[in-house]
Ligand binder design. Sequence first.
Ligand SMILES: N[C@@H](CCC(=O)N[C@@H](CS)C(=O)NCC(=O)O)C(=O)O
Length: 232
Amino acid sequence: MLELYFFPSPNGVKVAIMLEECELEYQLVHVDITKGEQFGEDFLQISPNNKIPVLKDTSTNETTTLFESGAILLYLANRSKQFIPEQSPAYFQTLQWLFWQVGHLGPMAGQTHYFRKFCEIKDIHGIERFSNEMNRLYTVLDKQLESNEYVAGEYSIVDMACWPWVKYIDWQGQSFEEFSNVKQWFDKVASRPAVQRAEAHGSSTQVDREDYRNVLHNQTGASLANRKNKNE
Ligand SMILES: N[C@@H](CCC(=O)N[C@@H](CS)C(=O)NCC(=O)O)C(=O)O
């Protein structure tokens, strides 16, 4: 049995896409990260960094529990022998773009969302710094897609990892008009039934902006310790 601890944010959706693409049976365990459910003691046992997604696989002799979406995608690709090339150099080129997504595209987009959507003041330095960085990253992606149908050549876990972030391109102050290869790729991935099924998991989720800001953007080591004490 596979369980995905999930919220319909990009890092959750990317794993749901992979599970759907592999046609694996799985159960969703909803973790409302806007209400602080990621700080519950049980959840912290499996996700010490207090973030979704987490995958629990109890189908083997020894249960596998993983956090970090990149590690989970790789685990599923290895388990199902799909959506990652078997041979070098294509295997490592796929890893290279996966690390680009988890190290650049995702974190920079997350910061941009904060400064453009959630920050209470209009911090022009933050907005400019991160919007510029997103513009640079989309330029890199657009160039890669000029000569590749999918990000790492064949359709792979990298497309699944990038797509849910690119979906928020307007939150990042960018436009598909400037990145026509990205747009073409985005539409092609969006038309996949597995992507649409994964997307549907979030269709009824309402996000309260205030909760989102308070819970997600005010974390320090001390605030985590306070929550832990309150839970005890
Ligand atoms: N590097 C992590 C990032 C995970 C992440 O940032 N998850 C967000 C949702 S997209 C989260 O759970 N945030 C809760 C929090 O920050 O408290 C991954 O790729 O899995």
